[in-house]
Design a protein around this ligand. Sequence first.
Ligand SMILES: NC(=O)c1ccc[n+]([C@@H]2O[C@H](COP(=O)([O-])OP(=O)(O)OC[C@H]3O[C@@H](n4cnc5c(N)ncnc54)[C@H](OP(=O)(O)O)[C@@H]3O)[C@@H](O)[C@H]2O)c1
Length: 287
Amino acid sequence: MIGFIGLGIMGSRMANNLLKSGYEVILHNRSKAKADHLLKEGAIWAESPRQVAQQADIIFTMLANPQVVESVALGKDGFLEEFPAGRLWVDCSTVDPSFTRKMGEEALRRDIRFLDAPVAGSKIPAEKGELVFLVGGDEKDLEEARPMMEVMGKAIQHQGENGKGSSMKLVVNLMLAQSMAAFSEAITLGQSMGLEKETVMNTLLGGVTAAPFLNSKRDKLLHGNYEAEFPLEHLQKDLQLVSQAAYEHNVSLPIANVTKEIYGLAKQFGYSKEDFSVIYKFLSARM
Ligand SMILES: NC(=O)c1ccc[n+]([C@@H]2O[C@H](COP(=O)([O-])OP(=O)(O)OC[C@H]3O[C@@H](n4cnc5c(N)ncnc54)[C@H](OP(=O)(O)O)[C@@H]3O)[C@@H](O)[C@H]2O)c1
């Protein structure tokens, strides 16, 4: 039986793919309503993370941030105390490597095996089972989780020991955040000089300077529909984690920190829950 905790944009779709492949899944989410459609498909509901641990052989978590992961694992009704020794916890949430290592130690202390396995790919790849898992941890534990990851993803990349999956995820999301902000600024400059927004976008997307993922944001920017695939508040959180990791590893990332504050300002102006591509709307407010 697979335990799955965290049924937001990503987790609900990942759990659904497990169910569709015939796995038995026991679910928990803070807001039960988000589990309703999965319960209709045959998933079992657990009233708490602790109850998940009583029945699951392996637990996947897909939660907002490190604080939430810690409270769901170790807080009141957390799953870690209740999970029988020898079982496997796979955390897919985007968190920082120090935190991941701390969770790995907490797990080990209880004889629980642990993988950090954050994912690259957003709402649509999650739905289609096309995520890329960036995994840190023991190769043998990965082999145990691999069949389930294959149902939810199209690639599994083992990065090394615990913490390395989270490290790679921060690297990826740093590029994501900066590319989106740079693209938005470039379009804003073009528009300010009298160029057509669509023409600027087409020229950039047809050339070599724009990151490939930006194509998937084209319609959002063109039509101003910023329904969240990846909420801006999570990307701003990731930039905060990037900044913390850079401090811990004694590197300076000036562009990352400016970018973090741009997303931070957008959050302050009420864009938290919208897709992070809304940064274009924020930066081009005068256009
Ligand atoms: N969306 C993406 O494109 C994407 C891609 C790769 C990685 N990620 C990462 O994956 C994780 C989940 O992202 P998402 O897009 O699925 O986010 P989301 O839709 O906001 O879901 C967040 C999940 O965390 C739970 N949660 C939040 N605060 C909580 C609290 N105080 N106590 C208990 N549970 C709490 C939510 O429960 P409720 O349902 O009750 O709010 C929900 O299950 C994040 O770490 C994100 O950075 C996201």
